[in-house]
Design a protein around this ligand. Structure first.
Ligand code: PHE
Length: 362
């Protein structure tokens, strides 16, 4: 889908990105390619997740790292955290075995260590808190989100879900004048690390839930535990609902899917939901409210920084996440109304303003 960039040359990739630096390493033992993209260190040294995935080409992987790193810059800025944006992508060959994967992660950790703090990593799609333990063997102290047994704050995904939940409530308030979710219909795409705990929060709030995922065991578990309606992975776009919540893939809002949507708003955790910047205009033309991804999904980043850098308590951090997402999203909606601009553009304005006024950062 939209994630595949058409035969982009390295030159075009570098021309088309306003980030600071890319560290590129071929791991000959596995055939993997490690890409660390540092988008901006204006607010501080860079931080970001580690995405481990198989890509059609190295160029696609670089493009993904660039876009994800840019998203992290905006995410930290919008959340008023004094961090720069970066992202690591490890493009692996299919069927990499577990032992080889661990060794690869250790070499990745050594690379992070070598960078001396320029980039601190955490988990993302394809990595877990256990992986962070392995990376920290060689990458310490530049690793966020190790397991609690190893002294880390653990998997930040449940905290991300709390932020998404807050974003959904705030968006319902905008649409319906009330943030009460009782009876609201929500479709969740992806019931993984964030989608699953999000479903629980929505269920407890009385929402009517539908979900889809290629992982049939995961959706079955959700159905058994919560009685949610399960649809085929590709059918999520066609379901009539109040909120469509993408919690799986990038670039799912594109020229093919947007005409199919039957929701009032989109608010989910996936990074880089818009395939292209123009896709937000397609949503606007259909009067679908778009809650910008890097605002809605900032809970995980806030959690890791709050717990591991700022020394906040668990409860204080979770409370801060809900408040931060709500207040930033309200500001974004207000700016979008005032200036008649798309919400994604408004969110970038809010983030840029915070980058230019770093004294306001936590
Ligand atoms: N990967 C998650 C995100 O995109 C969590 C994360 C945040 C990991 C910050 C490391 C640093 O927000």
């Amino acid at each position: 889908m939209g994630e595949h960039s058409d035969a982009l040359s390295l030159d075009a990739l570098l021309q088309g990105w306003d980030g600071e630096e890319i560290v590129l390493r071929r791991d000959h033992a596995t055939g993997a390619t490690i890409i660390i993209a540092v988008h901006s260190t204006r607010l501080g040294l860079a931080g970001g997740g580690t995405r481990v995935k198989t890509y059609p080409s190295v160029e696609d992987a670089i493009r993904d790292a660039q876009r994800l790193a840019e998203g992290m810059t905006y995410k930290f800025a919008a959340a008023q955290l004094a961090r720069g944006g970066g992202k690591a992508v490890i493009a692996i060959p299919p069927n990499l075995d577990a032992a080889a994967r661990d060794d690869l992660l250790r070499r990745y950790g050594a690379l992070i260590h070598q960078l001396g703090g320029l980039f601190s990593c955490g988990a993302d799609v394809g990595t877990s808190d256990r992986d962070m333990d392995v990376i920290a063997e060689t990458g310490a102290p530049y690793v966020f989100g190790r397991t609690p047994e190893n002294g880390g704050a653990g998997d930040p995904s449940p905290a991300t879900a709390i932020g998404v939940f807050s974003g959904i409530k705030t968006t319902c308030e905008r649409l319906f004048g009330s943030d009460d979710l009782a009876g609201r219909r929500v479709v969740v795409q992806g019931v993984g690390k964030v989608g699953y705990p999000l479903l629980r929060l929505l269920r407890d709030a009385g929402a009517e839930l539908t979900c889809g995922d290629v992982d049939t065991a995961a959706v079955e578990r959700a159905r058994a535990e919560m009685g949610v309606t399960v649809v085929a992975p590709d059918a999520v776009y066609d379901i009539e609902c109040d909120i469509f919540s993408p919690c799986a893939l990038s670039a799912i809002l594109n020229s093919e899917t947007i005409p199919r949507l039957r929701c009032r708003a989109v608010a989910g955790s996936a990074n880089n939901q818009l395939a292209t910047p123009e896709d937000v205009d397609r949503l606007r033309a259909r009067e679908i409210v778009y809650a910008p991804d890097f605002v809605v999904n900032s809970g995980g980043a806030i959690y890791l920084i709050g717990r591991e850098v700022l020394g906040w308590s668990e409860q204080a951090t979770l409370d801060h996440i809900a408040t931060s997402v709500r207040e930033t999203l309200k500001q974004v909606y207000a700016l979008s109304d005032e200036q008649g601009i798309a919400t994604s553009v408004a969110a970038e304005h809010v983030a840029r303003q915070r980058i230019d006024n770093p004294s306001e950062q936590a």
